[in-house]
Design a protein around this ligand. Structure first.
Ligand code: SF4
Length: 368
């Protein structure tokens, strides 16, 4: 067992490893070697890379912890081959991560917190409350563990018609948690994920979802101005939004949209708007009209997501006709709109379903 003085390797940006090399009187290239071994070759112990001299190994790796989140449960959807991982972190916390294949892309939906403190009334994760933030290494670790799983499951790639070397191509921060409530760790994780000697993902292939955390948004866009932003909007009417999304009382939608209007990412990529349609709550034509009004002047793409019913006593899915009318109204108003049905519905991997179930907690107990 390693002690707490060890630093999680996956939380260290390459620049910091370069700094370690300098301090140890070693060539800086060893930082690149470690990064390549960990993220490109997916070596569980990157300091065992052949081209890393023994002296560098000893000086760089003595206090690094390379343990990854361990999958205690893996479910593969029979319908769309989405994969849901239940990962156990070093302190025993559990988080969920979902792999979503679509054509040539493999998108990984990562968690940024254990639970979520925003308490949106229709969201299953919100009911857990916030247990703690993840650190950057625990976020990057989800990517590395998922890539290792893909590398070991060639039949999964084969069934999708993807090449054997294919790994995760896109990241969405849409798992458990409000990412911008944990913005430092999320920003560091993005720095590591986009390192060309590490996972090497293009920044435009990373989307960060937010319920409208304005302080975090400002901070993230200062560090990564071109990262894609997905705004969970869910109601265009301030008073109604405040009822289903308490965050709106602190940062009203109008303020958040104003900030996005000025953001370079909005001008370059546009903003993805996530809109969960809930029967009788936000699915009327009046809501559609307001949605058109509040997003005017913004480059947006709207994803309409019919509610994934998890507690029918409180909220129910919209009627198919209501979804069609809502979509058609937006479309006729000149907006780019798509109806998205959540992936992995048979494995509870869909939006708003990421929650650690009682059965998962029981499973963990049996593994202890
Ligand atoms: S919708 Fe997002 S921000 Fe709201 S409670 Fe759920 S996970 Fe948190």
């Amino acid at each position: 067992m390693q002690n707490s003085n060890f630093q999680n390797f996956y939380s260290i940006p390459r620049e910091n490893l370069v700094h370690r090399c300098r301090e140890a009187g070693l060539p800086e290239v060893h930082a690149t070697t470690l990064f390549r071994a960990a993220y490109k070759s997916l070596m569980a112990e990157p300091w065992k890379a052949e081209n890393l001299p023994k002296v560098a190994r000893a000086k760089l790796a003595y206090d690094l912890d390379v343990r990854l989140p361990g999958a205690t449960k893996i479910l593969v959807s029979r319908y769309d081959r989405s994969v849901k991982f239940l990962f156990e972190l070093q302190d025993g916390s559990l988080v969920e991560t979902v792999l979503m294949p679509e054509r040539q892309r493999i998108t990984l939906c990562v968690s940024s917190q254990v639970g979520c403190g925003q308490a949106c009334t229709f969201c299953h994760t919100g009911r857990m409350g916030l247990l703690r933030n993840l650190d950057a290494g625990e976020i990057v670790g989800q990517l590395v563990s998922a890539n290792m799983w893909i590398a070991n499951n060639s039949d999964w790639l084969g069934a999708l018609g993807l090449p054997q070397k294919q790994r995760v191509t896109n990241i969405v921060f849409m798992g458990m948690g409000e990412p911008l409530d944990n913005v430092n760790a999320v920003a560091d994780a993005i720095t590591i994920m986009t390192d060309p000697f590490g996972p090497g993902l293009a920044l435009r292939r990373i989307s960060v979802s937010t319920a409208g955390h304005l302080d975090g948004l400002t901070q993230l866009l200062n560090l990564h101005p071109d990262v894609r932003i997905a705004l969970s909007l869910h109601s265009p009417i301030e008073s109604e939004r405040s009822k289903i999304m308490p965050i709106n009382r602190r940062w009203p939608l109008g303020m958040v949209l104003e900030a996005l209007r000025e953001a370079p990412t909005q001008k370059n990529h546009g903003i993805l708007i996530q809109y969960t349609l809930i029967n009788g709550v936000n699915d009327s034509l009046r809501h559609a009209e307001e949605l058109v009004r509040v997003t005017s002047g913004l480059k947006v793409k709207i994803n309409l997501i019919p509610l994934n019913e998890i507690d029918p006593s409180r909220f129910t899915s919209p009627a198919a006709t209501a979804v069609e009318e809502f979509r058609d109204f937006l479309h006729k108003s000149g907006l780019r709109v798509m109806v998205r049905y959540s992936k992995g519905q048979d494995i509870a991997a869909a939006c708003g379903q990421l929650v650690i179930a009682e059965t998962d907690l029981a499973l963990r107990k049996t593994l202890q």
